[in-house]
Design a protein around this ligand. Structure first.
Ligand SMILES: Nc1ncnc2c1ncn2[C@@H]1O[C@H](COP(=O)(O)OP(=O)(O)O)[C@@H](O)[C@H]1O
Ligand SMILES: [Mg+2]
Ligand SMILES: [Zn+2]
Length: 381
């Protein structure tokens, strides 16, 4: 059997332009290289799995590249780049502070800083999860960070910026990494699926992207997992929802249709079916709120782009939104919100949701009665 390389490693970007969703950072870094205006210490902050380590490595490689391209990317062929790409460069030192956080670990690193690079212009020290360093380790490091030799560059990375002491913060140029947008993650997954010759349904990728909550690494792990389990190397929506135990959005369309038809019985039966499949009432109400919110943003052409769903699902939302009155959506969101807030404190949670559903099913009628009454008043005036 061929060695399986997880996608997160196989597809680690090797230059700035292939980093997804962090243009504000890659552009600034490239400009600094262009203008020869590099800081000596950087702090990369942001959630996990969004490209901090990746960008640190790209920066390290790029500033030592012997043959920079016109747009300030590493060439990936010169001796220095090759050494970097093979993890055999003497110019980059990585310390994972999560597991090496003692004073001695930092002293070792600081000792190396004294020696100028034999080849290339810079020695780069990447300290990951820097907030995990012990106080003594921090202090041992501070001196070096204060007066580093010209050839030394420090890139500190952390998921918890608030834990970094001010003396360190003030010595670093700080970069805040973004959570990555669902759309960008989905596009990246598409690219990988094509490279791997995996057939896929757009909605499956969209779902994985949403589940990853902004972290590209998580998206890639989920992607690998589902590809492994899926039959015949095809990534389908239905297999993905099964694997992730996510409620099929079909249910929300169905429930909303029943609500619009004021069919209490069909809504209650659908809810029963959902519970029988092992889904939780609370998640259902939260999911329904999200669905109503999606319909709501479809009511205005200006906000349709806030809809974070796949192309094919988009038309369905727009179609259902056209059938739903704006005041219905607003009041329905309100009822769902109340149900969500009080869910945990309710003694009979099933009934709690059912009651909300019954109220929802009566909404269209209440709204048309109110409209009728308004008409009457107008006529009298
Ligand atoms: N912005 C991004 N663009 C492309 N791939 C990314 C990005 N962020 C994360 N990845 C993928 O996830 C993996 C882990 O990313 P990493 O840079 O180690 O995240 P972090 O250091 O922020 O936790 C990378 O190897 C890459 O495959
Ligand atoms: Mg990292
Ligand atoms: Zn190079």
């Amino acid at each position: 059997m061929e060695n399986f390389v997880v996608s997160a490693r196989k597809y680690r970007p090797s230059d700035f332009k292939s980093v997804v969703g962090q243009q504000h950072i890659t552009t600034t870094l490239k400009n600094a290289i262009k203008n020869n205006h590099l800081a000596q210490a950087f702090l990369f902050c942001g959630p996990r799995g969004v490209g901090k380590t990746t960008c640190a490595r790209i920066l390290a490689k790029t500033i030592n590249c012997e043959n920079l391209s016109a747009d300030y990317e590493a060439c990936n062929v010169c001796d220095s780049c090759t050494a970097f790409n093979n993890n055999s460069s003497f110019n980059v030192h990585e310390l994972d502070a999560a597991s090496n956080n003692s004073v001695d670990d930092i002293r070792n690193l600081v000792d190396q800083v004294r020696y100028a690079p034999q080849k290339g212009s810079y020695k780069i020290y990447i300290i990951d999860e820097v907030h995990m360093l012990s106080t003594q380790a921090f202090n041992a490091f501070l001196k070096t960070l204060e007066e580093p030799p010209k050839y030394a560059i420090f890139i500190l990375a952390t998921t918890e910026k608030h834990k970094i002491i001010p003396t360190i913060l003030s010595r670093c140029q700080i970069f805040d990494f973004n959570r990555i947008q669902i759309k960008d993650i989905a596009e990246h997954l598409q690219y990988i699926a094509k490279e791997e010759e995996i057939t896929y349904e757009d909605e499956a990728l969209r779902l994985i992207a949403a589940k990853a909550d902004g972290a590209l690494r998580d998206a890639l792990s989920i992607f690998d997992l589902i590809v492994t389990y899926s039959a015949g190397g095809k990534l389908t929506y239905s297999e993905t929802i099964d694997n992730l135990h996510i409620l099929d959005y079909d249910y929300y369309f169905k429930v909303t249709d029943s609500l619009l038809q004021e069919s209490v019985s069909s809504v209650l039966l659908t809810f029963d079916e959902i519970l029988k499949k092992g889904f939780d009432g609370h998640n259902f109400i939260v999911g329904l709120s999200e669905h109503l919110r999606n319909l709501m943003v479809c009511k205005d052409a200006a906000t349709v782009e806030l809809l974070q769903v796949s192309e094919s699902a988009r038309d369905r939302y727009i179609e259902q939104a056209a059938k739903s009155h704006l005041s219905f959506l607003l009041s329905a969101l309100n009822i769902c919100n109340q149900c969500d807030i009080n869910y945990k404190s309710s003694k009979n949670q099933r009934l709690h949701v059912e009651l909300a559903l019954m109220k929802l099913a009566k909404l269209p009628q209440a709204i048309s009665l109110a409209a009728l009454a308004r008409e009457e008043i107008k006529k009298k005036d």
